[in-house]
Design a protein around this ligand. Sequence first.
Ligand code: DC
Length: 371
Amino acid sequence: MSNVVTIAVDGPAGAGKSTVVRRVAEALNLLYLDTGAMYRAATVGMYDQGIDPDDAAAIAAWCTHRAIDFDAHGAVRLDGNVVDPQRLRSPETTAEIWRIANNAACRAHLVNLQQGIVQGRGAALEGRDATTVICPEATLKVYLDASPEERARRRLAQWSGDGALAPDFASLVEDLRLRDERDRTRASGALQCADDAVPLLTDGLSVDQVVARIIALAVQRRPMVLEACVQDAVIVGRSRQSGYVRVAQGSIADPPAPWQLGLSNPSPDRQPSCTTSMTRNSGGRQAGILCQGKAVLVLGGKEAHPAWPMAMPMLPQTWYVIEPHVWHAVVQAPGTICAWAEASTISEERSPLSEYHQDILASYFQVYFPQ
Ligand code: DC
Protein backbone atom coordinates (compact mmCIF):
# COMPACT_ATOMS: atom_id res chain seq x y z
CA MET A 1 0.00 0.00 0.00
CA SER A 2 1.37 3.37 -0.97
CA ASN A 3 1.99 5.85 1.82
CA VAL A 4 0.63 8.64 -0.29
CA VAL A 5 -2.79 9.81 0.80
CA THR A 6 -5.18 10.82 -1.95
CA ILE A 7 -8.64 12.12 -1.23
CA ALA A 8 -10.85 12.35 -4.29
CA VAL A 9 -14.19 14.13 -4.17
CA ASP A 10 -16.78 14.32 -6.92
CA GLY A 11 -20.19 15.85 -6.96
CA PRO A 12 -22.48 18.18 -8.84
CA ALA A 13 -21.94 21.89 -9.34
CA GLY A 14 -22.54 23.92 -6.20
CA ALA A 15 -22.28 21.00 -3.76
CA GLY A 16 -19.50 22.88 -1.95
CA LYS A 17 -16.61 20.79 -3.24
CA SER A 18 -14.05 23.59 -3.62
CA THR A 19 -14.66 25.11 -0.20
CA VAL A 20 -14.68 21.79 1.58
CA VAL A 21 -11.84 20.07 -0.26
CA ARG A 22 -9.61 23.12 0.03
CA ARG A 23 -10.15 23.07 3.81
CA VAL A 24 -9.52 19.32 4.03
CA ALA A 25 -6.30 19.74 2.04
CA GLU A 26 -5.14 22.53 4.35
CA ALA A 27 -5.96 20.52 7.47
CA LEU A 28 -4.16 17.42 6.25
CA ASN A 29 -1.32 19.23 4.56
CA LEU A 30 -2.21 17.88 1.14
CA LEU A 31 -1.95 19.47 -2.27
CA TYR A 32 -5.33 20.87 -3.32
CA LEU A 33 -6.34 20.32 -6.95
CA ASP A 34 -9.42 22.00 -8.41
CA THR A 35 -9.83 20.10 -11.68
CA GLY A 36 -12.79 22.24 -12.77
CA ALA A 37 -10.49 25.28 -12.89
CA MET A 38 -8.52 23.56 -15.65
CA TYR A 39 -11.68 23.06 -17.74
CA ARG A 40 -12.51 26.69 -17.11
CA ALA A 41 -9.04 27.87 -18.17
CA ALA A 42 -9.24 25.87 -21.40
CA THR A 43 -12.67 27.38 -22.13
CA VAL A 44 -11.41 30.94 -21.66
CA GLY A 45 -8.38 30.23 -23.87
CA MET A 46 -10.48 28.65 -26.59
CA TYR A 47 -12.48 31.86 -26.95
CA ASP A 48 -9.43 34.09 -26.77
CA GLN A 49 -7.85 32.13 -29.58
CA GLY A 50 -10.95 32.49 -31.73
CA ILE A 51 -11.39 28.73 -32.12
CA ASP A 52 -14.74 27.93 -33.73
CA PRO A 53 -16.75 26.72 -30.70
CA ASP A 54 -18.80 24.42 -32.94
CA ASP A 55 -15.76 22.69 -34.39
CA ALA A 56 -14.96 19.85 -31.98
CA ALA A 57 -11.92 18.73 -34.00
CA ALA A 58 -10.43 22.24 -33.97
CA ILE A 59 -11.04 22.53 -30.21
CA ALA A 60 -9.32 19.18 -29.65
CA ALA A 61 -6.37 20.09 -31.88
CA TRP A 62 -5.87 23.33 -29.96
CA CYS A 63 -6.58 22.09 -26.44
CA THR A 64 -4.46 18.94 -26.51
CA HIS A 65 -1.34 21.06 -26.97
CA ARG A 66 -2.00 23.36 -24.04
CA ALA A 67 -0.01 23.39 -20.82
CA ILE A 68 -2.47 23.95 -17.98
CA ASP A 69 -1.16 24.06 -14.44
CA PHE A 70 -1.17 26.13 -11.23
CA ASP A 71 1.26 28.72 -9.95
CA ALA A 72 2.66 28.72 -6.42
CA HIS A 73 -0.41 30.64 -5.17
CA GLY A 74 -2.82 28.14 -6.67
CA ALA A 75 -3.84 30.32 -9.63
CA VAL A 76 -4.55 28.34 -12.77
CA ARG A 77 -2.26 29.02 -15.75
CA LEU A 78 -2.74 28.44 -19.44
CA ASP A 79 0.55 28.09 -21.29
CA GLY A 80 2.29 29.75 -18.37
CA ASN A 81 -0.06 32.74 -18.07
CA VAL A 82 -2.38 33.16 -15.11
CA VAL A 83 -6.00 33.20 -16.28
CA ASP A 84 -8.11 36.09 -15.00
CA PRO A 85 -10.10 34.59 -12.09
CA GLN A 86 -13.12 36.78 -12.89
CA ARG A 87 -13.33 35.34 -16.38
CA LEU A 88 -12.66 31.86 -15.10
CA ARG A 89 -15.82 31.92 -12.99
CA SER A 90 -18.02 34.13 -15.16
CA PRO A 91 -21.46 32.82 -16.17
CA GLU A 92 -20.39 33.14 -19.83
CA THR A 93 -17.45 30.80 -19.28
CA THR A 94 -19.53 28.41 -17.16
CA ALA A 95 -22.14 28.15 -19.91
CA GLU A 96 -19.52 27.14 -22.49
CA ILE A 97 -17.38 24.68 -20.54
CA TRP A 98 -19.30 21.72 -21.91
CA ARG A 99 -17.54 22.27 -25.25
CA ILE A 100 -14.29 21.25 -23.59
CA ALA A 101 -15.74 18.90 -20.98
CA ASN A 102 -17.73 16.87 -23.54
CA ASN A 103 -14.80 16.59 -25.93
CA ALA A 104 -13.15 13.20 -25.37
CA ALA A 105 -9.72 14.30 -26.66
CA CYS A 106 -9.73 17.39 -24.41
CA ARG A 107 -10.78 15.28 -21.44
CA ALA A 108 -8.04 12.74 -22.04
CA HIS A 109 -5.46 15.53 -22.18
CA LEU A 110 -6.72 17.22 -19.01
CA VAL A 111 -6.94 13.93 -17.12
CA ASN A 112 -3.37 13.24 -18.13
CA LEU A 113 -2.25 16.63 -16.79
CA GLN A 114 -4.24 16.15 -13.57
CA GLN A 115 -2.75 12.72 -12.96
CA GLY A 116 0.69 14.24 -13.50
CA ILE A 117 0.00 16.92 -10.88
CA VAL A 118 -1.08 14.49 -8.14
CA GLN A 119 1.28 11.64 -9.06
CA GLY A 120 3.24 10.51 -6.01
CA ARG A 121 2.01 13.40 -3.84
CA GLY A 122 -0.48 13.58 -1.04
CA ALA A 123 -3.41 15.36 -2.64
CA ALA A 124 -7.05 16.25 -2.22
CA LEU A 125 -8.73 16.80 -5.54
CA GLU A 126 -12.25 17.52 -6.64
CA GLY A 127 -14.23 17.53 -9.83
CA ARG A 128 -16.59 15.23 -11.69
CA ASP A 129 -14.31 12.31 -12.52
CA ALA A 130 -11.76 12.52 -9.69
CA THR A 131 -12.97 9.27 -8.10
CA THR A 132 -13.71 7.38 -11.30
CA VAL A 133 -11.07 8.39 -13.85
CA ILE A 134 -8.31 10.59 -12.41
CA CYS A 135 -7.70 8.72 -9.14
CA PRO A 136 -9.66 5.48 -9.09
CA GLU A 137 -7.20 4.18 -6.47
CA ALA A 138 -7.67 7.12 -4.08
CA THR A 139 -7.32 6.41 -0.35
CA LEU A 140 -10.73 7.95 0.22
CA LYS A 141 -13.44 8.69 -2.31
CA VAL A 142 -16.36 10.90 -1.45
CA TYR A 143 -19.41 11.79 -3.48
CA LEU A 144 -20.49 15.16 -2.16
CA ASP A 145 -24.06 16.00 -2.96
CA ALA A 146 -26.78 18.47 -2.05
CA SER A 147 -30.26 18.97 -3.42
CA PRO A 148 -30.57 21.58 -6.20
CA GLU A 149 -32.68 23.69 -3.85
CA GLU A 150 -30.01 23.64 -1.12
CA ARG A 151 -27.31 24.46 -3.67
CA ALA A 152 -29.35 27.35 -5.04
CA ARG A 153 -29.93 28.65 -1.51
CA ARG A 154 -26.19 28.60 -0.84
CA ARG A 155 -25.46 30.40 -4.09
CA LEU A 156 -27.90 33.15 -3.16
CA ALA A 157 -26.52 33.40 0.36
CA GLN A 158 -23.05 33.89 -1.13
CA TRP A 159 -24.20 36.46 -3.69
CA SER A 160 -21.85 39.39 -3.27
CA GLY A 161 -23.05 41.59 -6.12
CA ASP A 162 -25.90 44.06 -6.36
CA GLY A 163 -28.94 42.51 -4.63
CA ALA A 164 -31.22 43.69 -7.40
CA LEU A 165 -29.17 41.70 -9.91
CA ALA A 166 -29.19 38.47 -7.91
CA PRO A 167 -30.57 35.58 -9.94
CA ASP A 168 -33.97 34.35 -8.87
CA PHE A 169 -34.24 31.09 -6.98
CA ALA A 170 -36.23 29.18 -9.59
CA SER A 171 -33.85 29.98 -12.43
CA LEU A 172 -30.86 29.04 -10.28
CA VAL A 173 -32.43 25.66 -9.52
CA GLU A 174 -33.17 25.19 -13.22
CA ASP A 175 -29.63 26.13 -14.17
CA LEU A 176 -28.19 23.64 -11.67
CA ARG A 177 -30.46 20.88 -12.96
CA LEU A 178 -29.25 21.58 -16.51
CA ARG A 179 -25.59 21.44 -15.43
CA ASP A 180 -26.24 18.22 -13.50
CA GLU A 181 -27.82 16.68 -16.58
CA ARG A 182 -24.81 17.64 -18.71
CA ASP A 183 -22.34 16.39 -16.11
CA ARG A 184 -24.14 13.07 -15.65
CA THR A 185 -24.76 12.20 -19.28
CA ARG A 186 -21.53 13.06 -21.05
CA ALA A 187 -20.00 10.14 -22.99
CA SER A 188 -16.70 10.12 -21.10
CA GLY A 189 -15.91 11.26 -17.58
CA ALA A 190 -19.59 11.45 -16.64
CA LEU A 191 -20.37 12.40 -13.06
CA GLN A 192 -21.35 9.32 -11.08
CA CYS A 193 -21.02 8.01 -7.56
CA ALA A 194 -18.27 5.38 -7.70
CA ASP A 195 -19.19 2.06 -6.08
CA ASP A 196 -16.63 2.54 -3.35
CA ALA A 197 -17.24 6.26 -2.79
CA VAL A 198 -18.86 7.45 0.42
CA PRO A 199 -22.00 9.41 -0.45
CA LEU A 200 -22.25 12.54 1.65
CA LEU A 201 -25.44 14.56 1.40
CA THR A 202 -24.68 17.97 2.78
CA ASP A 203 -28.18 19.43 3.04
CA GLY A 204 -28.39 21.12 6.42
CA LEU A 205 -24.72 20.56 7.27
CA SER A 206 -22.25 23.36 7.89
CA VAL A 207 -18.91 23.53 6.08
CA ASP A 208 -17.17 22.67 9.38
CA GLN A 209 -19.30 19.57 9.74
CA VAL A 210 -18.62 18.36 6.22
CA VAL A 211 -14.88 19.00 6.56
CA ALA A 212 -14.79 17.17 9.90
CA ARG A 213 -16.63 14.21 8.43
CA ILE A 214 -14.26 13.89 5.49
CA ILE A 215 -11.24 14.11 7.78
CA ALA A 216 -12.74 11.46 10.03
CA LEU A 217 -13.31 9.19 7.02
CA ALA A 218 -9.71 9.72 5.90
CA VAL A 219 -8.42 8.91 9.39
CA GLN A 220 -10.49 5.72 9.44
CA ARG A 221 -8.71 4.60 6.30
CA ARG A 222 -5.25 5.88 7.17
CA PRO A 223 -4.78 6.68 10.88
CA MET A 224 -1.47 8.38 10.25
CA VAL A 225 -3.17 11.32 8.57
CA LEU A 226 -3.88 12.39 12.14
CA GLU A 227 -0.32 13.46 12.26
CA ALA A 228 -1.03 16.32 9.93
CA CYS A 229 -4.39 17.36 11.28
CA VAL A 230 -3.43 17.42 14.94
CA GLN A 231 -2.42 20.98 14.33
CA ASP A 232 -5.74 22.32 13.25
CA ALA A 233 -8.55 19.91 13.73
CA VAL A 234 -10.54 18.43 16.51
CA ILE A 235 -10.05 14.72 16.77
CA VAL A 236 -12.38 12.60 18.72
CA GLY A 237 -12.73 9.01 19.65
CA ARG A 238 -14.36 6.77 22.15
CA SER A 239 -13.43 3.75 24.09
CA ARG A 240 -15.71 1.09 25.38
CA GLN A 241 -12.87 -0.51 27.26
CA SER A 242 -11.08 0.58 30.34
CA GLY A 243 -7.36 0.71 30.10
CA TYR A 244 -4.62 3.17 29.53
CA VAL A 245 -3.81 5.51 26.79
CA ARG A 246 -0.36 6.87 26.38
CA VAL A 247 -0.12 10.52 25.57
CA ALA A 248 2.59 12.91 24.70
CA GLN A 249 2.19 16.55 25.49
CA GLY A 250 2.13 19.04 22.76
CA SER A 251 2.16 22.59 21.70
CA ILE A 252 1.81 23.96 18.24
CA ALA A 253 3.73 27.17 18.35
CA ASP A 254 6.24 26.92 21.12
CA PRO A 255 8.50 25.08 20.82
CA PRO A 256 8.15 24.79 17.08
CA ALA A 257 9.11 21.13 17.04
CA PRO A 258 6.65 19.16 14.95
CA TRP A 259 3.83 17.55 16.77
CA GLN A 260 3.84 13.84 17.06
CA LEU A 261 1.22 11.28 17.55
CA GLY A 262 2.03 10.07 20.95
CA LEU A 263 -0.97 8.11 22.02
CA SER A 264 -2.17 4.66 21.60
CA ASN A 265 -5.18 2.77 22.77
CA PRO A 266 -4.69 -0.31 24.89
CA SER A 267 -2.11 -2.46 23.21
CA PRO A 268 -3.22 -5.28 20.94
CA ASP A 269 -1.59 -7.72 23.35
CA ARG A 270 -3.80 -6.66 26.16
CA GLN A 271 -7.00 -6.62 24.23
CA PRO A 272 -6.28 -8.67 21.17
CA SER A 273 -9.82 -9.13 20.04
CA CYS A 274 -10.78 -5.53 19.87
CA THR A 275 -7.75 -3.58 18.97
CA THR A 276 -5.65 -3.11 15.96
CA SER A 277 -2.91 -0.65 16.21
CA MET A 278 -0.71 0.96 13.73
CA THR A 279 2.65 1.69 15.14
CA ARG A 280 5.50 3.46 13.61
CA ASN A 281 8.20 3.20 16.16
CA SER A 282 10.86 5.11 14.38
CA GLY A 283 10.67 8.56 15.87
CA GLY A 284 8.43 7.23 18.61
CA ARG A 285 5.24 7.97 16.81
CA GLN A 286 2.24 5.88 17.37
CA ALA A 287 -1.33 5.97 16.40
CA GLY A 288 -3.91 3.56 17.53
CA ILE A 289 -7.36 2.80 16.38
CA LEU A 290 -9.81 0.65 18.24
CA CYS A 291 -11.92 -1.63 16.15
CA GLN A 292 -15.31 -3.28 16.64
CA GLY A 293 -16.78 -0.42 14.71
CA LYS A 294 -15.93 1.88 17.58
CA ALA A 295 -12.95 4.01 16.95
CA VAL A 296 -10.59 5.44 19.39
CA LEU A 297 -8.58 8.23 18.01
CA VAL A 298 -6.40 9.75 20.55
CA LEU A 299 -3.34 11.70 19.84
CA GLY A 300 -1.08 14.26 21.21
CA GLY A 301 2.10 16.04 20.57
CA LYS A 302 5.34 16.61 22.27
CA GLU A 303 6.69 19.52 24.17
CA ALA A 304 9.32 19.52 26.82
CA HIS A 305 9.43 15.78 27.45
CA PRO A 306 9.03 14.02 24.19
CA ALA A 307 10.53 10.85 25.53
CA TRP A 308 8.01 10.58 28.35
CA PRO A 309 4.56 10.05 27.10
CA MET A 310 2.09 10.18 29.92
CA ALA A 311 -0.31 7.52 30.96
CA MET A 312 -3.86 8.41 31.69
CA PRO A 313 -6.84 6.29 32.48
CA MET A 314 -9.10 5.57 29.59
CA LEU A 315 -12.48 5.35 31.17
CA PRO A 316 -15.28 3.31 29.73
CA GLN A 317 -17.69 5.40 27.73
CA THR A 318 -15.36 8.33 27.64
CA TRP A 319 -15.09 10.60 24.70
CA TYR A 320 -11.70 11.95 23.91
CA VAL A 321 -11.28 15.20 22.12
CA ILE A 322 -8.06 16.72 21.00
CA GLU A 323 -7.86 20.17 19.66
CA PRO A 324 -5.19 22.73 19.09
CA HIS A 325 -4.19 24.89 22.03
CA VAL A 326 -6.48 23.01 24.41
CA TRP A 327 -4.53 19.98 23.24
CA HIS A 328 -6.31 17.42 25.24
CA ALA A 329 -9.78 17.33 26.61
CA VAL A 330 -12.20 14.66 27.62
CA VAL A 331 -15.93 14.78 27.29
CA GLN A 332 -17.43 12.68 29.99
CA ALA A 333 -21.04 13.47 29.49
CA PRO A 334 -22.82 14.99 26.53
CA GLY A 335 -22.57 18.72 26.64
CA THR A 336 -19.72 18.95 29.08
CA ILE A 337 -16.06 19.17 28.47
CA CYS A 338 -13.46 18.47 31.03
CA ALA A 339 -10.12 19.94 30.20
CA TRP A 340 -7.22 17.60 30.63
CA ALA A 341 -4.53 19.55 32.30
CA GLU A 342 -0.93 19.22 31.36
CA ALA A 343 -0.24 17.44 34.62
CA SER A 344 -2.44 14.66 33.38
CA THR A 345 -5.00 14.97 36.09
CA ILE A 346 -8.57 15.60 35.23
CA SER A 347 -9.41 19.15 36.01
CA GLU A 348 -12.32 19.57 38.35
CA GLU A 349 -13.56 22.42 36.28
CA ARG A 350 -16.15 21.66 33.71
CA SER A 351 -17.40 24.03 31.14
CA PRO A 352 -20.13 23.60 28.61
CA LEU A 353 -19.12 22.54 25.13
CA SER A 354 -19.27 25.41 22.73
CA GLU A 355 -21.68 25.18 19.83
CA TYR A 356 -18.71 24.88 17.50
CA HIS A 357 -17.39 21.88 19.37
CA GLN A 358 -20.78 20.27 19.51
CA ASP A 359 -21.02 20.69 15.76
CA ILE A 360 -17.65 19.15 15.15
CA LEU A 361 -18.28 16.33 17.60
CA ALA A 362 -21.57 15.55 15.91
CA SER A 363 -19.74 15.22 12.61
CA TYR A 364 -17.20 12.81 14.00
CA PHE A 365 -19.85 10.79 15.74
CA GLN A 366 -21.77 10.44 12.49
CA VAL A 367 -18.77 8.74 10.97
CA TYR A 368 -17.59 6.65 13.88
CA PHE A 369 -20.87 5.71 15.45
CA PRO A 370 -23.45 5.60 12.68
CA GLN A 371 -26.92 4.76 13.88
O1 DC B 1 -16.20 22.35 -10.54
P1 DC B 1 -16.49 23.48 -11.55
O2 DC B 1 -17.90 23.99 -11.44
O3 DC B 1 -15.49 24.57 -11.52
O4 DC B 1 -16.37 22.77 -12.98
C1 DC B 1 -16.66 23.46 -14.15
C2 DC B 1 -17.16 22.50 -15.22
O5 DC B 1 -16.07 21.69 -15.67
C3 DC B 1 -18.24 21.55 -14.80
O6 DC B 1 -19.53 21.99 -15.17
C4 DC B 1 -17.94 20.28 -15.53
C5 DC B 1 -16.51 20.38 -15.91
N1 DC B 1 -15.64 19.48 -15.18
C6 DC B 1 -15.49 18.21 -15.68
O7 DC B 1 -16.12 17.86 -16.68
N2 DC B 1 -14.64 17.35 -15.06
C7 DC B 1 -13.95 17.71 -13.97
N3 DC B 1 -13.11 16.85 -13.39
C8 DC B 1 -14.12 18.99 -13.43
C9 DC B 1 -14.98 19.85 -14.05
